[in-house]
Write a protein that binds this ligand. Structure first.
Ligand code: IMP
Length: 419
Protein backbone atom coordinates (compact mmCIF):
# COMPACT_ATOMS: atom_id res chain seq x y z
CA UNK A 1 0.00 0.00 0.00
CA UNK A 2 1.44 3.35 -1.00
CA UNK A 3 0.80 6.77 0.39
CA UNK A 4 -0.12 10.16 -1.00
CA UNK A 5 1.83 13.22 0.14
CA UNK A 6 0.04 16.53 0.53
CA UNK A 7 1.11 20.16 0.04
CA UNK A 8 -1.05 22.94 1.47
CA UNK A 9 -0.80 26.66 2.08
CA UNK A 10 -0.10 27.64 5.68
CA UNK A 11 -1.42 31.22 5.42
CA UNK A 12 -4.13 33.08 3.47
CA UNK A 13 -3.09 31.67 0.09
CA UNK A 14 -0.50 32.97 -2.38
CA UNK A 15 2.33 31.33 -0.43
CA UNK A 16 4.04 29.97 -3.55
CA UNK A 17 2.64 26.43 -3.46
CA UNK A 18 2.87 26.10 -7.23
CA UNK A 19 6.59 26.78 -7.20
CA UNK A 20 7.35 24.11 -4.58
CA UNK A 21 5.00 21.58 -6.21
CA UNK A 22 6.70 22.25 -9.53
CA UNK A 23 10.02 21.45 -7.88
CA UNK A 24 8.76 18.30 -6.17
CA UNK A 25 6.61 17.03 -9.02
CA UNK A 26 9.54 15.53 -10.93
CA UNK A 27 9.68 12.80 -8.29
CA UNK A 28 5.98 11.91 -8.51
CA UNK A 29 3.96 9.87 -10.99
CA UNK A 30 0.72 11.69 -10.30
CA UNK A 31 -0.23 15.13 -8.95
CA UNK A 32 -3.80 15.74 -7.79
CA UNK A 33 -5.94 18.83 -7.10
CA UNK A 34 -8.61 18.08 -4.50
CA UNK A 35 -10.48 21.34 -3.69
CA UNK A 36 -11.13 24.84 -4.97
CA UNK A 37 -11.32 25.85 -8.59
CA UNK A 38 -10.11 28.73 -10.68
CA UNK A 39 -10.05 31.04 -7.66
CA UNK A 40 -6.50 29.64 -7.44
CA UNK A 41 -3.68 31.16 -9.47
CA UNK A 42 -0.48 29.15 -9.22
CA UNK A 43 2.47 30.92 -10.84
CA UNK A 44 5.37 28.78 -12.02
CA UNK A 45 8.47 29.40 -14.09
CA UNK A 46 9.24 26.40 -16.30
CA UNK A 47 12.42 26.56 -18.38
CA UNK A 48 12.38 30.32 -17.78
CA UNK A 49 8.85 30.79 -19.07
CA UNK A 50 6.04 32.04 -16.82
CA UNK A 51 2.82 30.02 -16.47
CA UNK A 52 -0.22 30.85 -14.36
CA UNK A 53 -2.36 27.80 -13.69
CA UNK A 54 -5.86 27.92 -12.26
CA UNK A 55 -7.22 24.37 -12.32
CA UNK A 56 -4.31 22.29 -13.50
CA UNK A 57 -1.56 21.26 -11.10
CA UNK A 58 1.81 22.80 -11.95
CA UNK A 59 3.05 19.25 -12.59
CA UNK A 60 1.19 19.38 -15.90
CA UNK A 61 4.35 20.94 -17.36
CA UNK A 62 6.19 17.60 -16.93
CA UNK A 63 5.12 15.20 -19.67
CA UNK A 64 5.87 12.13 -17.52
CA UNK A 65 3.55 13.18 -14.66
CA UNK A 66 -0.19 12.46 -14.72
CA UNK A 67 -2.60 15.07 -13.34
CA UNK A 68 -5.98 14.58 -11.74
CA UNK A 69 -8.73 17.09 -10.93
CA UNK A 70 -10.87 15.29 -8.40
CA UNK A 71 -14.35 15.34 -6.86
CA UNK A 72 -13.65 18.00 -4.24
CA UNK A 73 -13.07 20.61 -6.95
CA UNK A 74 -15.38 23.02 -8.72
CA UNK A 75 -14.45 23.50 -12.37
CA UNK A 76 -15.10 26.29 -14.85
CA UNK A 77 -15.07 24.39 -18.16
CA UNK A 78 -14.38 27.45 -20.32
CA UNK A 79 -11.39 28.52 -18.24
CA UNK A 80 -10.07 24.96 -18.05
CA UNK A 81 -10.29 24.64 -21.82
CA UNK A 82 -8.39 27.94 -22.24
CA UNK A 83 -5.79 26.74 -19.76
CA UNK A 84 -5.25 23.56 -21.76
CA UNK A 85 -4.98 25.54 -25.01
CA UNK A 86 -2.43 27.91 -23.49
CA UNK A 87 -0.19 24.93 -22.73
CA UNK A 88 -0.48 23.35 -26.17
CA UNK A 89 2.93 24.54 -27.35
CA UNK A 90 4.64 23.42 -24.17
CA UNK A 91 3.11 20.06 -23.42
CA UNK A 92 1.03 17.38 -24.97
CA UNK A 93 -2.16 16.69 -23.06
CA UNK A 94 -3.96 13.41 -23.50
CA UNK A 95 -6.58 11.42 -21.64
CA UNK A 96 -3.74 9.18 -20.50
CA UNK A 97 -2.28 11.89 -18.30
CA UNK A 98 -5.11 14.34 -17.60
CA UNK A 99 -8.02 12.97 -15.61
CA UNK A 100 -11.01 15.17 -14.83
CA UNK A 101 -13.41 13.80 -12.27
CA UNK A 102 -16.91 12.97 -13.46
CA UNK A 103 -18.02 13.91 -9.92
CA UNK A 104 -16.44 17.39 -9.76
CA UNK A 105 -19.00 20.19 -9.75
CA UNK A 106 -19.27 22.64 -12.62
CA UNK A 107 -19.22 26.42 -12.38
CA UNK A 108 -21.76 27.87 -14.80
CA UNK A 109 -22.24 31.51 -15.92
CA UNK A 110 -25.13 31.63 -13.46
CA UNK A 111 -22.86 30.79 -10.50
CA UNK A 112 -20.52 33.60 -11.52
CA UNK A 113 -23.41 36.04 -11.77
CA UNK A 114 -24.59 35.01 -8.30
CA UNK A 115 -21.09 35.48 -6.81
CA UNK A 116 -20.77 38.97 -8.32
CA UNK A 117 -24.30 39.92 -7.28
CA UNK A 118 -23.78 38.88 -3.66
CA UNK A 119 -20.50 40.74 -3.43
CA UNK A 120 -22.04 43.91 -4.86
CA UNK A 121 -25.07 43.78 -2.59
CA UNK A 122 -23.34 43.17 0.72
CA UNK A 123 -22.40 45.99 3.05
CA UNK A 124 -19.35 43.98 4.18
CA UNK A 125 -18.42 41.84 1.17
CA UNK A 126 -16.08 38.85 1.55
CA UNK A 127 -13.90 40.13 -1.27
CA UNK A 128 -14.21 36.88 -3.23
CA UNK A 129 -12.46 36.29 -6.54
CA UNK A 130 -15.93 36.53 -8.16
CA UNK A 131 -15.31 33.31 -10.03
CA UNK A 132 -18.54 31.65 -8.87
CA UNK A 133 -16.76 29.36 -6.40
CA UNK A 134 -19.08 29.86 -3.40
CA UNK A 135 -22.31 29.50 -5.41
CA UNK A 136 -21.00 26.30 -7.07
CA UNK A 137 -20.22 24.76 -3.67
CA UNK A 138 -23.64 25.99 -2.47
CA UNK A 139 -25.56 24.16 -5.19
CA UNK A 140 -23.40 21.12 -4.45
CA UNK A 141 -24.48 21.29 -0.79
CA UNK A 142 -28.11 21.81 -1.82
CA UNK A 143 -27.80 18.70 -4.01
CA UNK A 144 -28.92 20.55 -7.12
CA UNK A 145 -25.48 21.18 -8.63
CA UNK A 146 -24.27 20.17 -12.06
CA UNK A 147 -21.57 17.53 -12.07
CA UNK A 148 -18.99 17.03 -14.79
CA UNK A 149 -20.60 13.73 -15.90
CA UNK A 150 -23.91 15.54 -16.46
CA UNK A 151 -22.30 18.55 -18.08
CA UNK A 152 -20.62 16.54 -20.85
CA UNK A 153 -23.88 14.73 -21.62
CA UNK A 154 -25.81 17.28 -23.73
CA UNK A 155 -29.22 15.81 -22.83
CA UNK A 156 -28.56 15.68 -19.10
CA UNK A 157 -27.09 19.17 -19.15
CA UNK A 158 -30.18 20.51 -20.95
CA UNK A 159 -32.33 18.74 -18.35
CA UNK A 160 -30.44 20.42 -15.55
CA UNK A 161 -30.86 23.83 -17.19
CA UNK A 162 -34.61 23.25 -17.47
CA UNK A 163 -34.80 22.14 -13.85
CA UNK A 164 -33.00 25.31 -12.68
CA UNK A 165 -35.19 27.82 -14.54
CA UNK A 166 -37.09 28.85 -11.42
CA UNK A 167 -33.93 29.56 -9.39
CA UNK A 168 -33.20 33.23 -8.63
CA UNK A 169 -31.40 35.01 -11.49
CA UNK A 170 -31.13 31.83 -13.58
CA UNK A 171 -33.40 32.97 -16.40
CA UNK A 172 -31.75 36.41 -16.31
CA UNK A 173 -28.34 34.80 -16.66
CA UNK A 174 -29.51 32.74 -19.63
CA UNK A 175 -30.77 35.89 -21.29
CA UNK A 176 -27.98 38.30 -20.46
CA UNK A 177 -24.98 36.00 -20.40
CA UNK A 178 -25.85 34.40 -23.71
CA UNK A 179 -22.31 34.44 -25.09
CA UNK A 180 -20.98 32.91 -21.86
CA UNK A 181 -23.57 30.12 -22.05
CA UNK A 182 -22.60 29.43 -25.65
CA UNK A 183 -18.92 29.17 -24.73
CA UNK A 184 -19.95 27.03 -21.78
CA UNK A 185 -21.82 24.58 -24.02
CA UNK A 186 -18.95 24.45 -26.51
CA UNK A 187 -16.28 23.61 -23.95
CA UNK A 188 -18.00 20.28 -23.20
CA UNK A 189 -16.78 18.75 -26.48
CA UNK A 190 -13.21 19.66 -25.67
CA UNK A 191 -13.29 18.31 -22.10
CA UNK A 192 -15.34 15.15 -22.70
CA UNK A 193 -12.38 12.84 -23.49
CA UNK A 194 -10.71 13.68 -20.16
CA UNK A 195 -13.70 13.07 -17.91
CA UNK A 196 -13.43 9.80 -16.01
CA UNK A 197 -13.58 8.19 -12.57
CA UNK A 198 -10.46 10.11 -11.60
CA UNK A 199 -10.67 9.17 -7.91
CA UNK A 200 -10.67 5.43 -8.65
CA UNK A 201 -7.55 5.89 -10.74
CA UNK A 202 -5.86 7.90 -7.99
CA UNK A 203 -6.63 5.17 -5.46
CA UNK A 204 -5.28 2.55 -7.86
CA UNK A 205 -2.03 4.52 -8.10
CA UNK A 206 -1.79 4.82 -4.32
CA UNK A 207 -2.48 1.11 -3.93
CA UNK A 208 0.18 0.30 -6.50
CA UNK A 209 2.71 2.23 -4.44
CA UNK A 210 3.23 4.96 -7.04
CA UNK A 211 4.37 8.36 -5.77
CA UNK A 212 1.26 10.56 -5.56
CA UNK A 213 1.19 14.21 -4.52
CA UNK A 214 -1.94 16.18 -3.62
CA UNK A 215 -1.70 19.92 -4.29
CA UNK A 216 -3.85 22.20 -2.14
CA UNK A 217 -5.15 25.60 -3.21
CA UNK A 218 -5.78 28.77 -1.15
CA UNK A 219 -4.46 28.39 2.40
CA UNK A 220 -5.19 27.10 5.90
CA UNK A 221 -6.58 30.41 7.21
CA UNK A 222 -9.14 30.46 4.37
CA UNK A 223 -10.53 27.06 5.39
CA UNK A 224 -14.35 27.02 5.54
CA UNK A 225 -14.35 25.34 8.98
CA UNK A 226 -11.19 26.52 10.72
CA UNK A 227 -10.43 29.80 8.94
CA UNK A 228 -11.57 33.34 9.67
CA UNK A 229 -15.22 32.61 8.77
CA UNK A 230 -17.05 34.23 6.99
CA UNK A 231 -13.93 35.75 5.38
CA UNK A 232 -12.85 32.42 3.93
CA UNK A 233 -13.25 30.40 0.78
CA UNK A 234 -16.03 27.83 0.43
CA UNK A 235 -13.98 24.63 0.60
CA UNK A 236 -11.75 22.99 3.15
CA UNK A 237 -8.14 23.91 2.47
CA UNK A 238 -6.48 21.70 5.09
CA UNK A 239 -4.32 18.66 4.40
CA UNK A 240 -7.21 16.50 5.65
CA UNK A 241 -9.33 17.83 2.77
CA UNK A 242 -7.20 15.79 0.36
CA UNK A 243 -8.62 12.63 1.92
CA UNK A 244 -12.22 13.75 1.35
CA UNK A 245 -11.69 15.61 -1.92
CA UNK A 246 -10.17 12.55 -3.56
CA UNK A 247 -11.50 9.80 -1.34
CA UNK A 248 -8.70 7.86 0.32
CA UNK A 249 -8.18 6.54 3.83
CA UNK A 250 -6.27 8.48 6.52
CA UNK A 251 -3.69 5.74 6.72
CA UNK A 252 -2.89 6.31 3.04
CA UNK A 253 -1.74 9.86 3.79
CA UNK A 254 2.03 10.25 3.61
CA UNK A 255 4.05 13.38 4.31
CA UNK A 256 2.39 16.77 4.70
CA UNK A 257 4.24 19.89 3.57
CA UNK A 258 3.20 23.43 4.43
CA UNK A 259 4.09 26.47 2.37
CA UNK A 260 4.37 29.94 3.91
CA UNK A 261 6.02 33.23 3.03
CA UNK A 262 8.57 34.99 5.23
CA UNK A 263 5.97 37.74 5.56
CA UNK A 264 2.19 37.61 5.21
CA UNK A 265 -0.35 38.63 2.61
CA UNK A 266 -4.08 38.49 2.31
CA UNK A 267 -6.44 39.25 -0.59
CA UNK A 268 -10.00 40.18 0.19
CA UNK A 269 -11.49 41.32 3.45
CA UNK A 270 -11.25 39.96 6.97
CA UNK A 271 -9.07 40.32 10.06
CA UNK A 272 -5.29 40.54 9.68
CA UNK A 273 -3.66 41.49 13.01
CA UNK A 274 -0.11 41.81 11.69
CA UNK A 275 -1.12 43.96 8.71
CA UNK A 276 1.22 46.80 7.75
CA UNK A 277 0.34 50.11 6.17
CA UNK A 278 2.55 52.80 4.74
CA UNK A 279 6.01 52.66 3.21
CA UNK A 280 7.15 49.23 4.35
CA UNK A 281 3.93 47.64 3.07
CA UNK A 282 4.27 49.42 -0.28
CA UNK A 283 7.92 48.43 -0.54
CA UNK A 284 7.23 44.74 0.19
CA UNK A 285 4.24 44.70 -2.18
CA UNK A 286 6.35 46.12 -4.98
CA UNK A 287 9.41 43.95 -4.36
CA UNK A 288 7.38 40.82 -3.81
CA UNK A 289 5.07 41.55 -6.78
CA UNK A 290 2.13 41.04 -4.44
CA UNK A 291 -0.69 41.41 -6.92
CA UNK A 292 -3.23 38.61 -7.40
CA UNK A 293 -2.42 36.04 -10.09
CA UNK A 294 -6.16 35.54 -10.64
CA UNK A 295 -7.65 38.98 -10.06
CA UNK A 296 -4.59 41.33 -10.16
CA UNK A 297 -5.80 42.84 -6.88
CA UNK A 298 -3.11 44.44 -4.71
CA UNK A 299 -2.52 42.08 -1.80
CA UNK A 300 -2.64 43.35 1.79
CA UNK A 301 0.78 43.01 3.43
CA UNK A 302 1.95 42.27 6.97
CA UNK A 303 4.75 40.76 9.01
CA UNK A 304 4.77 37.04 9.48
CA UNK A 305 2.21 35.99 12.10
CA UNK A 306 3.66 33.11 14.12
CA UNK A 307 0.47 32.59 16.16
CA UNK A 308 -1.37 31.89 12.91
CA UNK A 309 1.49 29.76 11.61
CA UNK A 310 1.53 27.60 14.73
CA UNK A 311 -2.25 27.18 14.31
CA UNK A 312 -1.63 26.01 10.73
CA UNK A 313 0.97 23.57 12.06
CA UNK A 314 -1.53 22.23 14.57
CA UNK A 315 -4.27 21.78 11.96
CA UNK A 316 -2.07 20.14 9.33
CA UNK A 317 0.85 18.56 11.18
CA UNK A 318 3.52 19.62 8.72
CA UNK A 319 6.44 17.25 8.28
CA UNK A 320 8.24 20.20 6.77
CA UNK A 321 7.61 23.87 6.16
CA UNK A 322 8.82 25.83 3.14
CA UNK A 323 9.42 29.52 3.78
CA UNK A 324 9.18 31.42 0.51
CA UNK A 325 10.34 34.89 -0.50
CA UNK A 326 12.93 35.39 2.22
CA UNK A 327 14.91 37.38 -0.37
CA UNK A 328 12.18 40.07 -0.38
CA UNK A 329 13.09 41.03 3.20
CA UNK A 330 16.80 41.54 2.42
CA UNK A 331 18.03 45.11 2.87
CA UNK A 332 15.37 46.14 5.42
CA UNK A 333 16.95 47.71 8.52
CA UNK A 334 14.75 45.61 10.80
CA UNK A 335 12.28 42.75 10.44
CA UNK A 336 9.43 41.77 12.77
CA UNK A 337 7.47 38.70 13.79
CA UNK A 338 4.06 38.70 15.46
CA UNK A 339 4.55 36.37 18.43
CA UNK A 340 1.25 36.85 20.34
CA UNK A 341 -1.94 38.90 20.28
CA UNK A 342 -3.08 41.44 22.84
CA UNK A 343 -6.86 41.49 23.27
CA UNK A 344 -8.54 44.36 25.20
CA UNK A 345 -10.56 41.98 27.42
CA UNK A 346 -8.89 38.60 27.14
CA UNK A 347 -5.33 39.85 27.57
CA UNK A 348 -2.39 38.16 25.90
CA UNK A 349 -3.40 35.38 23.50
CA UNK A 350 -1.10 32.67 22.19
CA UNK A 351 -3.85 30.66 20.48
CA UNK A 352 -5.41 31.74 17.18
CA UNK A 353 -9.03 32.80 17.96
CA UNK A 354 -11.60 31.10 15.75
CA UNK A 355 -14.06 33.99 16.10
CA UNK A 356 -13.09 36.60 13.52
CA UNK A 357 -14.52 39.38 15.72
CA UNK A 358 -12.04 38.57 18.47
CA UNK A 359 -9.21 38.44 15.95
CA UNK A 360 -10.29 41.85 14.63
CA UNK A 361 -9.87 43.31 18.12
CA UNK A 362 -6.39 41.88 18.62
CA UNK A 363 -3.22 43.94 18.49
CA UNK A 364 -0.01 42.20 17.47
CA UNK A 365 2.78 41.66 19.97
CA UNK A 366 6.04 42.08 18.07
CA UNK A 367 9.56 40.80 18.27
CA UNK A 368 11.98 42.85 16.24
CA UNK A 369 15.27 41.65 14.75
CA UNK A 370 18.06 43.34 12.90
CA UNK A 371 17.77 42.98 9.13
CA UNK A 372 20.42 41.67 6.78
CA UNK A 373 22.00 43.53 3.90
CA UNK A 374 24.18 40.71 2.62
CA UNK A 375 22.71 39.13 -0.50
CA UNK A 376 21.08 35.80 0.16
CA UNK A 377 22.54 32.92 -1.83
CA UNK A 378 19.83 31.74 -4.22
CA UNK A 379 20.72 28.03 -4.12
CA UNK A 380 22.45 25.65 -1.76
CA UNK A 381 21.93 25.05 1.94
CA UNK A 382 19.83 26.97 4.45
CA UNK A 383 22.87 27.03 6.73
CA UNK A 384 24.60 29.33 4.21
CA UNK A 385 22.17 32.19 4.98
CA UNK A 386 23.63 35.39 6.49
CA UNK A 387 23.60 34.96 10.31
CA UNK A 388 20.75 37.44 10.90
CA UNK A 389 18.56 35.72 8.27
CA UNK A 390 19.38 32.30 9.72
CA UNK A 391 18.47 33.47 13.23
CA UNK A 392 15.15 34.77 11.81
CA UNK A 393 14.38 31.36 10.26
CA UNK A 394 15.31 29.55 13.48
CA UNK A 395 13.03 31.82 15.51
CA UNK A 396 10.14 31.07 13.14
CA UNK A 397 10.76 27.32 13.52
CA UNK A 398 10.77 27.75 17.26
CA UNK A 399 7.59 29.83 17.43
CA UNK A 400 5.62 27.82 14.87
CA UNK A 401 6.90 24.48 16.17
CA UNK A 402 7.84 23.18 12.76
CA UNK A 403 10.95 22.43 10.73
CA UNK A 404 11.84 24.63 7.79
CA UNK A 405 12.97 22.31 4.99
CA UNK A 406 13.17 24.87 2.21
CA UNK A 407 13.66 28.62 1.83
CA UNK A 408 12.51 30.37 -1.35
CA UNK A 409 15.08 32.87 -2.58
CA UNK A 410 13.90 34.12 -6.00
CA UNK A 411 11.45 33.61 -8.83
CA UNK A 412 13.41 30.99 -10.81
CA UNK A 413 12.22 27.42 -10.32
CA UNK A 414 15.59 26.40 -8.81
CA UNK A 415 15.78 29.31 -6.34
CA UNK A 416 15.55 27.40 -3.09
CA UNK A 417 17.86 26.76 -0.18
CA UNK A 418 17.31 23.37 1.38
CA UNK A 419 18.04 21.83 4.73
P1 IMP B 1 -13.57 32.80 -3.20
O1 IMP B 1 -12.72 31.59 -2.98
O2 IMP B 1 -13.47 33.35 -4.58
O3 IMP B 1 -14.98 32.58 -2.75
O4 IMP B 1 -13.02 33.96 -2.24
C1 IMP B 1 -13.10 33.87 -0.82
C2 IMP B 1 -11.86 34.44 -0.17
O5 IMP B 1 -10.74 33.62 -0.46
C3 IMP B 1 -11.47 35.85 -0.65
O6 IMP B 1 -10.87 36.54 0.43
C4 IMP B 1 -10.42 35.57 -1.71
O7 IMP B 1 -9.56 36.67 -1.90
C5 IMP B 1 -9.72 34.39 -1.08
N1 IMP B 1 -9.07 33.53 -2.07
C6 IMP B 1 -9.64 32.61 -2.88
N2 IMP B 1 -8.72 31.99 -3.63
C7 IMP B 1 -7.54 32.51 -3.28
C8 IMP B 1 -6.20 32.25 -3.69
O8 IMP B 1 -5.92 31.39 -4.53
N3 IMP B 1 -5.24 33.01 -3.10
C9 IMP B 1 -5.52 33.93 -2.14
N4 IMP B 1 -6.75 34.19 -1.73
C10 IMP B 1 -7.75 33.49 -2.29
Amino acid sequence: MGRADVVVGAQWGDEGKGKWVHRMARDYKLVVRFQGGNNAGHTVYHHGQKFVLHHLPSAVLYPQVACALTAGMVINPVVLKQECHALEKQVQLSAVRLWISAAAHVITPWHIRLDRGREQEQAKPIGTTRRGIGPAYSTRALRCGLRMADYIDAKRCAGWITQMQGEPHFAVSQREDRQLWEDFARAADFLRPYVCAAETRVRQKIRAGDAVLCEGAQGTLLDINCGTYPYVTSSSTLAAAALCGVGFAPRACGKVYGIAKAYLTRVGNGPFPSELHGDTAAQLRQRGAEFGATTQRARRIGWLDCVALRYAQELNGFDGLVLNKLDILAGLPAVKLCVAYQHPEQGRLLEFPCDYRILEECQPVWEEYEGWTAAIPTQGRIAALPPAALAFVHRIENLAECTVIGVGTGIAAEDFLVR
